[in-house]
Design a protein around this ligand. Sequence first.
Ligand SMILES: Cc1cc2nc3c(=O)[nH]c(=O)nc-3n(C[C@H](O)[C@H](O)[C@H](O)COP(=O)(O)OP(=O)(O)OC[C@H]3O[C@@H](n4cnc5c(N)ncnc54)[C@H](O)[C@@H]3O)c2cc1C
Length: 303
Amino acid sequence: MSQSQNLESLLGEDRICENVDLSTYTTMGIKSVAQFFFEARSEEDLILSHKVARELGVPFLLIGGGSNIATISQRVSGLIVCNRYQEKKRIRKKDNHIFLEVSSGYLLSKLIREVADEGFSGIEHLFGIPGTVGGAVCMNAKWTNPPYSIGNAVEYAYIMDRNSSIRKVGGEYFKFADGYSAIQDTKEIILSVGLSLTKKSPAIIKGTMNTVLEYRKKTQPQGVLSNGCFFQNPPTSSAGLLIEKTRLKGFSVGKFSVSNIHANYIIHRGGGTGKELHALIQLIKQKVKRKFAIVLKEEVVVI
Ligand SMILES: Cc1cc2nc3c(=O)[nH]c(=O)nc-3n(C[C@H](O)[C@H](O)[C@H](O)COP(=O)(O)OP(=O)(O)OC[C@H]3O[C@@H](n4cnc5c(N)ncnc54)[C@H](O)[C@@H]3O)c2cc1C
């Protein structure tokens, strides 16, 4: 049996696609071909696809909303699993607190809108961040004005390790820091997340969401293909400011440009290649290093 037939026999007929263009699965939208592609619609799908890939020795890559992934390779080998597992349950309510368990494939902004309607506060500053809850926890999605990250609300999570074993861990397991969670090193898979929220007036929560959106509109490019901020902020400076000071705003390689609005955004005008993006990334890093002796590190997961 071929690898594709093996995968199909274990994951279900017609559920494995070969040679899938990933451009519609990432917000940067670069054409890159996934060897095998599977959409996980439930927790069982996530667990089984991980187990099957491990047993067959096929590399496994999980994509949430693809908003922090840039594909520079023309071809991504292995099983690419897109997380569409969307489920939400309220676990318990105590005084002013609610503990909400949500699946990792749940869309973050959809969740924020829903809990705001119910008057539960704690994640509204993250409104407008694309992607899933799992991706947000993995990247410790954050807002800077005021500083706030999803790690602040994570009470516990169910995660799956390299051997496909599942366990419950407390929020402290993630060692949340700026743009960081331990999952980035352990490569474990987040299945679901328990969030701790507090009761507040829906009007106040929605007010915060509107303020955040307005600020985004004023300071960040809108309606373009991008990954948001591309580089991590070095400890003593802002990556955007460093790039701006190297006069790279508006600079292009092929179909990719440094945004004129926010220098830490790389914008894709469509039809560009991973090679072009790679060249622009290297050029930005070289210029910043030469001028400031600072080595920028990608915040985006580049594959
Ligand atoms: C326009 C725009 C604005 C943005 N603004 C912000 C912002 O204000 N703040 C901010 O922090 N980020 C921002 N981002 C970046 C991005 O949206 C966040 O990092 C987001 O939380 C990533 O979620 P995702 O589901 O898209 O993850 P993906 O991009 O799909 O994945 C990112 C990484 O997480 C891993 N991953 C995904 N799901 C899981 C899981 N269930 N278990 C384990 N690992 C997993 C992937 O394998 C990959 O390594 C922005 C991006 C865009 C395009």
